[in-house]
Design a protein around this ligand. Sequence first.
Ligand code: LMR
Length: 329
Amino acid sequence: MLRISLKALACALSLSVAGLVQAEPIIIKFAHVVADNTPKGQGALLFKKLAEERLPDKVQVEVYPNSSLFGDGKEMEALLLGDVHMLAPSLAKFEHYAKAIQIYDLPFLFDDLAAADRFQSSPEGKALLTSMEDKNITGLAYWHNGTKQMSANKALREPSDARGLKFRVQASRVLEEQFKIVRANPRKMSFAEVYQGLQTGVVNGTENTWSNYESQKVHEVQKYITQSDHGLIDYMVITNTKFWRGLPDDVRSELAQIMDEVTIEVNRQADELNQKAKRTIAESGKSEIIELTSAQRAQWREAMRPVWKKFEDEIGVDLIKAAEAANQL
Ligand code: LMR
């Protein structure tokens, strides 16, 4: 009798302990390298807000902007180790995990963000989101930042103006080639080091979106920014596959729904945020903004396009064709 009631007590205790364990919210650490007032920064904060509103007591999202938890170079490893649960690296930062994703770095690939959208929502674009699951990385969404501009302490109007300059690039071989082909010297550098790298002259040029220039004050250490729109900075929001699949079904499906809603909002606002940043830079008077003529832009396109050939085997000719097709409505 006594044995039975002890057993019952133990059972009741373990149930209440399980209940307590379940009551602990799941912590989701979301780290990124940019400022809060950028498309990605805003997206991460909106994801936190909606997740905590709709899954109260179940989920808590901690957002770490500005490389404050992990920066470039460390964040992927941290995701795989489970030290962080969500990241949104620029699409230029996946070359060690999926060669096909290098497609997004090809210069002058998309005519505009709408074309990038069409490709990302095509079967080929969506397949890239799940292409790293064998490496324990699941892509949940694409988020836009926007088109890249080029800057230096020298006015960049024609490809020959870039000759001999030292450009900071993201960790991407395609981007290295893009600058080598105009006889400039690319240098891979993490995002957190860009301002100092330019200030101290380790590099004297770079490329990025208006929102990244403005929020990092890069325009204060670059005399000229050329509106070249020569490439794309977009993101893949990623999570650790095992972590994601291990979430309770109701939590995972609600988070996936929230991610879809946040994606629509990020992509709706991205261009607006970049145009606002461009105006702030123009008004600051710190950096002169150069608008290219269509003939000058055509020269850059012609100079940089041969980069495609070099990477077409790694990326896949059919994938490149599918992306180009997205330029036609
Ligand atoms: C960069 O490193 O220049 C960007 O990819 C940073 C970012 O995440 O927008």
